[in-house]
Ligand binder design. Structure first.
Ligand code: RP5
Length: 163
């Protein structure tokens, strides 16, 4: 759900992260939460990253989801430039399976937090659900839709595994 006034910013270090980050977009769309997507690299275009972080709150964003791989500095750099909650999604990598991305994001120095999720698709989906839970604290509409999502998920689980 792209919107002129997005509540959640989804950023990623590279076009190559889109397949994973699409899961965050789809989950937010399912919950009716307006969002925007941008490619921003902490290493390749740091000026734009700093500008994005510095203006995020005044543009009306409430939560930022940042996906990145390898050195994966993006969520930490953005978190350093905005008071908004930043959720990090580590990309799976060829060399270390994503442990490099995960540790880069999780090992933030005290004072600048990044809420780091699981590596890959589950992390992207859960980042969207966590963003929804944060928004739900002050938005009854989102809270209701999140409750319905959880109920549907619960009811979709078969009691007995299919053979
Ligand atoms: C990171 O480097 C990106 O987030 C991506 O996961 C990784 C590799 O980027 P590409 O070389 O595929 O553009 O900055």
């Amino acid at each position: 759900m792209a919107s002129d006034s997005p509540l959640v910013g989804i950023i990623m270090g590279s076009q190559s992260d889109l397949d994973v980050m699409r899961n965050a977009v789809e989950t937010l769309d399912e919950l009716g939460i307006s969002n925007e997507m941008k490619i921003l690299s902490a290493h390749r275009n740091p000026e734009q990253v700093n500008e994005y972080a510095a203006t995020a709150r005044e543009r009306g964003l409430k939560v930022i989801i940042a996906g990145a791989g390898m050195a994966a500095a993006l969520p930490g750099v953005v978190a350093a430039g905005t008071p908004l909650p930043v959720l990090g999604v580590p990309m799976e990598t060829r060399v270390m399976g994503g442990m490099d991305s995960l540790l880069s994001m999780a090992q933030m120095p005290g004072g600048i937090p990044v809420g780091t999720l699981a590596i890959g698709k589950a992390g992207a989906k859960n980042a969207a659900l966590l963003a929804a839970a944060i928004l739900a604290l002050g938005d009854e509409g989102v809270a209701g839709r999140l409750d319905a999502f959880r109920k549907k998920q619960n009811q979709a689980i078969a009691e007995v595994p299919a053979k």
